[in-house]
Design a protein around this ligand. Structure first.
Ligand SMILES: [Zn+2]
Length: 478
């Protein structure tokens, strides 16, 4: 009898344990399901935010391009300036007013993109504001008075502060991962401003050094920091968040880039004018009014980031694992928007800690005329109203050096701890400063250089040239 009781007690106990186990398993399953569900939602939110910002970049470029053509049109209406000086004077005045408008649009458009990226993240259930990014935005507003105005936009500093404040009005939920902060030398090629360099040191990824130009040399011969560039002050022509990378150039278009000639510029302008119905622009008027070479006129052109893809080309050492080159009409970098969203998931399973999921996405506007890209090869150096597509693009296609700008610790490090021309403050508690300490250890670098000398050629090199897809995996994630 007692035996039976004991036995049934044991059975109950076993059953109870099994039930508990099952319950635990069920909770883990619920967590796994919710986690993957939430991750999908978060990815949607990040993608939507990037697309929203890139769409505004396209709108901005189209507006700037249309205004470029409006100027050509106004001048061509007059024809030969010497025949009618009064009308020419009037036309150049109109052009100046249009330029003033362009200067503002170059800032306002991308910041509308910032606003709309925040809305997109919110509407896709990103509920927690991004404290890091919000603080960075607040700093931008704080620093805005340092901006120097232009002749056509003297109140640029106040206006910019107002625009940024407005863009963050409904909260900051999506980080601008490719922000280009003004007081920041981030665009330089110096390794101290390249986050990938720090990650390579932290992870002892020696192949990174092998694959990045002179970096293997730096590993072998480093003797101290030098040539750290100063952040340029001046008067930036694009905002910090989601700028389109355009450049205002004064006259003499044919001088901008020696790869193309005045004739090429003229034929590009003519083609665009025809498509945009500018009735006054024809070869004769264009020659007569001297639009292309007039040094007193300002034009919106594509800046230095508007070049062919590096990472998307098969000849690039650290390239993406592509089996063919990018189609001509997509073969241009330039304006893009990278957004980062974060969401913390509250797990049901006891003992499992909260963990933030992060998703970063990139998108960019594309434009082409008859399959030819509007911006590359110097065929269409003048910004044109030709942007028709917005696409998501792999993050790996962009230079790591321009990313990670939604991370406040990184921004603070590059802004405050790197001290041009040759100093690095070893700030306590800064992860990046700690990594630099590791780098400055001679034995550490020697270990890497020795490994590369022995294994670099064999283990780091990728197959090149045509044929089948490159093997050996890739350094790039999504
Ligand atoms: Zn630091």
């Amino acid at each position: 009898m007692t035996d039976r009781v004991r036995k049934s007690g044991q059975v109950v106990l076993v059953l109870a344990f099994m039930l508990l186990g099952l319950l635990f398993l069920a909770l883990v399953c619920v967590d796994a399901f919710l986690s993957s569900h939430r991750k999908n939602r978060l990815q949607n939110a990040g993608d939507a935010a990037a697309l929203a910002a890139a769409r505004w970049q396209g709108i901005t470029l189209n507006a700037l391009g249309a205004l470029n053509l409006a100027k050509v049109d106004a001048l061509c209406k007059v024809g030969d300036p010497t025949m009618n000086p009064a009308a020419w004077h009037e036309a150049t005045n109109v052009c100046e007013r249009i330029t003033a408008l362009q200067e503002r649009i170059a800032f306002a458009g991308p910041l509308m993109g910032f606003y709309s990226a925040q809305r997109a993240a919110m509407m896709n259930d990103v509920t927690e504001p991004d404290a890091d990014m919000a603080a960075l935005v607040a700093e931008s507003v704080f620093r805005a008075p340092m901006l120097i105005g232009t002749e056509l936009w003297p109140e640029k500093a106040q206006d910019y502060a107002e625009m940024v404040r407005g863009a963050a009005r409904d909260g900051v939920f999506a980080g601008a991962d490719n922000a280009q902060f003004f007081n920041f030398a981030i665009s330089s090629n110096h390794p101290l401003f390249n986050r990938a360099f720090y990650e390579a040191v932290a992870g002892e990824d020696w192949c990174w050094f092998y694959l990045h130009g002179g970096m293997a040399n730096l590993l072998a011969n480093f003797s101290g920091w030098s040539d750290i560039p100063f952040a340029g002050a001046g008067s930036p022509q694009n905002p910090e968040f989601f700028g389109t990378g355009i450049r205002f150039v004064r006259g003499a278009l044919a001088d901008i880039n020696l790869d193309w000639t005045e004739t090429q510029v003229r034929s590009a302008v003519l083609e665009l004018a025809e498509r945009s119905s500018c009735p006054n622009v024809n070869d004769f008027t264009l020659q007569q009014c001297g639009v292309v070479k007039n040094r007193n006129l300002s034009w919106v052109t594509y800046g230095s980031s508007w070049h062919a893809w590096g990472r998307m080309h098969r000849s690039d050492a650290a390239r993406l694992p592509l089996i063919s080159d990018v189609k001509d009409k997509y073969n241009v970098e330039g304006a893009f928007a990278a957004t980062r969203v974060r969401q913390v998931l509250e797990p049901f399973t006891p003992g499992v800690s909260r963990r933030a999921n992060v998703w970063t996405a990139a998108a960019k506007p594309f434009g082409a005329i008859d399959e030819r890209t509007v911006t590359w090869n110097g065929e269409f150096p003048l910004v044109a109203p030709a942007f028709t597509d917005v696409r998501l693009v792999m993050l790996g296609a962009f230079d790591e050096g321009s990313m990670g700008m939604a991370d406040r610790a990184w921004v603070n490090h590059t802004r405050d701890h790197i001290q041009p021309p040759s100093d690095v403050a070893h700030a306590a508690g800064c992860r990046y400063c700690a990594i630099l300490k590791k780098w400055e250890d001679r034995d550490f670098r020697k270990k890497g250089a020795d490994w590369l000398a022995k294994n670099g050629e064999e283990q780091c090199r990728r197959p090149t040239g045509g044929g089948g897809p490159p093997g050996g995996g890739t350094r790039h994630a999504h």
